[in-house]
Design a protein around this ligand. Structure first.
Ligand code: SF4
Ligand code: SF4
Length: 183
């Protein structure tokens, strides 16, 4: 209900450019409500969920300008697969080992190679552009995984990303409004 009010009164309208300060304030206010909603979707997915998610995600991207945001590259780390490391290190004229030593650490719990540094060393902070865009990690290329065929497989990802990604926040918020009273 609270979230529906937010959308209808346009308190959280990005108007293409993203205001990260406003986004963070909204995360503090609404992340629990959005996560609770996602848990309900996870436990009891309504009929037609995947189709609805695809339509809503299309709609969300009309209002989002990632170049005014780059919050994912500033505050999160992608996971680097062995393929990513080979491709990116070759692009930079480095050996994979040298690349790993310089930029990455092994996150022991999931055995994932992650960035040592945040914001990401490949982000140009003036333009918000990725300096290795054409060879960026597959994880970056797929982020924030909104237009997937099966939304149910990504709900755990969205639960984390509502706190970091305005596009995810907006998509979950819109879906909550549409499914008000259904889940
Ligand atoms: S590699 Fe590029 S897209 Fe990925 S986090 Fe770094 S700057 Fe962002
Ligand atoms: S994917 Fe999300 S966090 Fe990353 S730049 Fe776009 S809106 Fe921002």
């Amino acid at each position: 209900m609270l979230i529906s009010g937010t959308i209808q009164n346009s308190h959280f309208n990005f108007n293409m450019k993203i205001n990260l300060r406003k986004f963070r304030a909204n995360v503090l206010l609404y992340k629990r409500i959005l996560r609770r909603f996602l848990s309900k979707l996870e436990n009891n997915p309504p009929k037609g969920l995947d189709k609805m998610a695809l339509l809503v995600s299309k709609d969300v991207w009309k209002d989002i300008d990632c170049l005014s945001c780059a919050n994912c590259c500033k505050t999160m780390s992608p996971t680097f697969t062995v393929k990513d490391i080979k491709r990116i290190s070759a692009h930079l004229g480095m050996r994979p080992l040298e690349f790993r030593d310089k930029y990455l650490y092994l996150e022991k719990k999931d055995n994932d190679w992650m960035n040592k540094q945040q914001p990401c060393q490949f982000l140009d902070l003036k333009s918000n552009m990725c300096s290795i865009y054409e060879v960026r990690p597959a994880d970056c290329a797929g982020f924030p995984h909104l237009n997937k065929k099966k939304m149910a497989d990504y709900i755990h990802v969205h639960k984390q990303n509502v706190s970091y990604c305005p596009a995810t926040f907006k998509m979950v918020e819109k879906m909550k409004v549409l499914l008000d009273g259904v889940v």
